[in-house]
Unconditional design. Structure first.
Lengths: 318, 147
């Protein structure tokens, strides 16, 4: 009996193994691809997650077909003749249910975060629209950067917090950038411009969609444990890209460097691990709560190093 | 815990305000009591005399103090958006609130021990004072029963 059950579960074990091998291959393969080949790197990281979903759907469908034709005489599977139809039904049903439940939750969470993410964030932070007639300067900068990046100017919302915070939510064509009072009062105009350019680059690179996709794909394949490493790795890649794109927009690597330092200093103090704290940290900077591999933002040091390199190479060119 | 201010811990062996606040929180609040009304930069300048700290770190601390009800902030729009901070309570009010809350907590939980400590160790011998304590304890009991 145990033996037969094992044989029935085998397809799932193979699927898991295949997904893990695929993921390991990609993680090793990434070492060979240039650090600035962002498109290829993101695609490489998304591929094993996509592959895992395909494997899971395939195996589940096979299991479903197997179960549907089980009552027919001579189902063509030796194992099923040895164990009771009830056991086959139970195992197949649970495997198929597991697959469809994770797929279903991944799709629904993906749709909710992609389409309602901005509304949820605005509600959570009690954010208010930043008055366009009163805050002409920031809107002027925002519109200029958006035009340069070729995206529709995003909406600007104000969060009433003293600590500096900035992050983007929503779809590419109707994105919202949320800024805190603490950001506006503590950053110089150049630093603010660099941070806005960083966020606009996220919009331009369609990172909202990529993040949602990565998160949903991870959720859809709970058995691929490497998905929990791959998802944050995708986020980190996109952060580096947004940093670079920001510099391309503003030509001010020093401003972004000092903005990043100022924002990171806001987290120097041991703060209450509240919900907002978690969110704020999750959106903009590395989280001290997670270790490096699970971190959704690259370490500040590495970001600054890359920006300094960029600055040097720009200075050489000029 | 009293209404309005939300402090969550009491560390009897720490010095000064650090008994009830974080290290930096205490410094920021002291600075704000000194300045009365201030911008984050002014508070930072004041705190930086004592210790090396970044402006944005002070800003995060101000968020915490605001959440604890110890600091009020008003959004200003002259020359850009910024907050104007002021302490919600004077130093004296703050201290009496802490003493009230701590003593109330002690009397509620360790009534007898607290009273005997006050009489034997602190040396309250005045009959009238002891009477006042009894009245106070009665009041506490009634409050507890009615709630």
């Amino acid at each position: 009996m145990t033996n037969s059950i094992l044989i029935l579960i085998t397809p799932y074990l193979y699927a898991t193994l295949l997904s893990l091998i695929m993921s390991v291959a990609v993680i090793i393969g990434l070492k060979l691809v240039h650090k600035q080949a962002y498109k290829i790197r993101t695609m490489m990281l998304v591929a094993p997650l996509m592959g895992s979903v395909t494997i899971m759907v395939g195996v589940s469908s096979l299991c479903l077909i197997h179960w549907l034709f089980m009552n027919h005489p001579n189902p063509g599977h030796a194992v099923c003749d040895q164990i009771s139809p009830e056991s086959v039904r139970f195992i197949c049903t649970s495997l198929v249910t597991l697959a469809f439940a994770s797929l279903g939750s991944a799709v629904s969470v993906g749709i909710i975060t992609y389409y309602l993410g901005d509304k949820i964030a605005i509600h959570l932070f009690h954010a208010k629209t930043l008055n366009q007639s009163e805050e002409k300067e920031i809107y002027k900068t925002l519109n200029r950067l958006s035009r340069k990046a070729g995206v529709r100017p995003p909406k600007l919302f104000l969060i009433e917090r003293s600590m500096p915070m900035i992050f983007t939510v929503g779809k590419r064509n109707s994105a919202t950038i949320m800024v805190s009072v603490g950001l506006l009062e503590n950053l110089s105009s150049k630093e603010l411009e660099a941070s806005l350019a960083h966020e606009i680059s996220h919009i331009k690179n369609n990172d909202g969609l990529i993040r949602t996709l990565a998160f949903s794909l991870k959720l859809a394949t709970p058995f691929n444990l490497l998905g929990y490493l791959i998802e944050p790795a995708i986020y980190r890649e996109r952060e580096f890209l947004a940093d670079e794109a920001s510099v391309a927009l503003t030509n001010e690597p020093s401003a972004l460097i000092s903005a990043l330092i100022k924002i990171s200093e806001a987290f120097a103090v041991k703060t209450k691990r509240g919900f907002f704290y978690g969110l704020a940290i999750g959106f903009f900077l590395e989280s001290p709560l997670r270790s490096g591999l699970f971190n959704k933002h690259p370490p500040l040091e590495e970001r600054l190093n890359r920006l300094l390199q960029l600055k040097k190479s720009r200075e050489r060119r000029q | 815990m009293s209404q309005g201010i939300r402090w969550t811990e009491f560390k009897p062996y720490e010095k000064n305000l650090v008994k009830v606040l974080g290290d930096l929180e205490a410094d920021v609040l002291e600075a704000l009591w000194k300045l009365k009304v201030a911008h984050v930069r002014d508070i930072h300048r004041e705190v930086a005399r004592k210790r090396k700290v970044a402006v944005t770190t002070v800003a995060t601390v101000l968020d915490r103090l605001f959440e604890k009800g110890l600091v009020e902030r008003e959004l200003k729009r002259t020359r850009g958006l910024y907050y104007e901070y002021r302490p919600s309570l004077t130093k004296r009010q703050f201290e009496s609130t802490i003493v009230r809350d701590v003593l109330k907590g002690l009397f509620e939980t360790f009534g007898d021990a607290a009273v005997s400590y006050l009489i034997n160790q602190v040396g309250i011998k005045d009959e009238q004072k002891i009477e006042e304590f009894k009245v106070y304890l009665e009041k506490l009991k009634q409050e507890e029963e009615s709630s």
